[in-house]
Design a protein around this ligand. Structure first.
Ligand SMILES: Cc1ncc(COP(=O)(O)O)c(C=O)c1O
Length: 377
């Protein structure tokens, strides 16, 4: 039997080792804040038109957002239950309480539920751009009023709402460069700082609470401790690796788009006949083909699908366990029903979608899924 097809493989371009060797031998700068990190930030800022700080993970970018907003015990933050744990943990770490809300069948935060959940204690609304899509961002900002919005844009590099990059609408946005994302640095991320009032402190917090960056840029004459902070700067070895992918971003996106469109064409109509939902970008969103995912009609149907695919050597994992149903989240949840979240949590499966997926493997995945969908009514 041929080798099994994983859900993800990190991007391999062939240029990575040269870039890393340059960091070691040419610039001889492997710590954070080196030439590759600077180039990556400039490239990201060109794409996003916003100040962007390269950091060690999206989780850490979200933690920085929690610090910058000054969340504290007694505060609440609104967060979808259908998300990765970091979206909630980052703010919980400040002592604030999550208020879990529902989403739609494409994983976008439910705005009516957000509106219902705002109280005088709400100090942040955290929207997740699931699969590189988003809710109606303009409506969300209207609802939020003075309450800061943080965008968990872990999955949404290059995706836009009404032509504006996701991650650039709220006070801050957080990108992930984990190996499962469209482009990556092994582990890595970026904090997009849209509200200029946060830029200076964001630099301090990233650099252990020091003014190191300002000192190196000749803006202050002493390198010293000025604020709270931690060690969130990305090493230049990781930045060198990320740089190769930023340079090839269009090429990587073109391959992902081709794979996504083939899945959509070959599986979409069959799925529709069975009432199986294809997770798709919302109106106004130009997606980034981060995920191809189906929402099966039941947990039982999804389990059969995953086993069927596994028997044919194809990995189609599910996620997320709804946060409000998890051992930690259940202790914090106010008890309200979040039916769409639970439906996604029971029904969603993700397909292999990565830059180096071969055409032959793509056809194997499609054939195996079609076989199931034909017989699954
Ligand atoms: C929605 C979301 N938020 C946050 C994260 C955390 O990203 P990182 O692994 O870069 O910390 C992920 C990672 O998968 C994610 O999917």
């Amino acid at each position: 039997m041929s080798a099994s097809i994983p859900f993800n493989k990190p991007v391999h371009l062939g240029t990575e080792l040269d870039a890393i060797a340059q960091a070691i031998h040419v610039s001889a700068h492997t710590a954070g804040g080196g030439p590759f990190g600077k180039k990556c930030e400039e490239r990201l800022e060109g794409l996003l038109k916003a100040r962007t700080l390269l950091v060690t993970s999206c989780t850490h970018a979200l933690e920085m957002a929690g610090m910058l907003l000054g969340l504290k015990p007694g505060d609440e933050f609104i967060v979808p239950s259908f998300t990765f744990v970091s979206t909630a943990n980052a703010f919980l770490l400040r002592g604030a309480k999550p208020v879990f809300v529902d989403c739609d069948l494409d994983g976008n935060i439910d705005l009516a539920d957000v509106q219902r959940s705002i109280t005088p204690r709400t100090k942040a609304i955290v929207a997740v751009h699931y699969a590189g899509s988003s809710c109606d961002m303009r409506r969300l900002l209207e609802l939020a009023g003075q309450i800061p919005v943080v965008e968990d844009a872990a999955q949404s590099i290059t995706a836009t709402f009404d032509g504006k990059p996701l991650g650039t609408f709220g006070a801050m946005g957080a990108l992930s460069f984990h190996e499962t994302k469209n482009i990556g640095s092994g582990e890595g991320g970026a904090l997009i700082v849209n509200d200029p009032r946060f830029v200076e402190r964001a630099e301090y917090i990233r650099d252990k609470g020091t003014n190191r960056r300002r000192f190196l840029n000749g803006l202050v004459d002493k390198y010293t401790w000025v604020d709270e902070g931690s060690s969130y700067v990305l090493s230049d070895l990781n930045a060198a690796y990320l740089w190769t992918q930023l340079v090839a971003l269009e090429q990587i996106q073109a391959r992902r788009r081709a794979i996504y469109e083939r899945y959509e064409a070959e599986l979409g109509p069959l799925a529709a006949k069975l009432g199986v939902h294809v997770v798709s970008p919302s109106p106004h969103v130009k997606g980034n083909q981060h995920l191809f995912a189906l929402v099966m009609n039941s947990l039982e149907q999804r389990s059969r699908f995953i086993t069927h695919m596994k028997d044919r050597g194809v990995m189609t994992p599910f996620h997320y366990v709804a946060l409000h149903k998890s051992p930690m989240g259940a202790k914090l949840h106010d008890g309200r029903a979040l039916p769409v979240t639970e439906r996604l949590s029971d029904g969603l499966v993700r397909f292999p979608l990565f830059y180096n997926l071969t055409d032959a493997d793509l056809e194997r995945v499609i054939a195996a899924a079609q076989e199931f969908l034909h017989g699954a009514a």
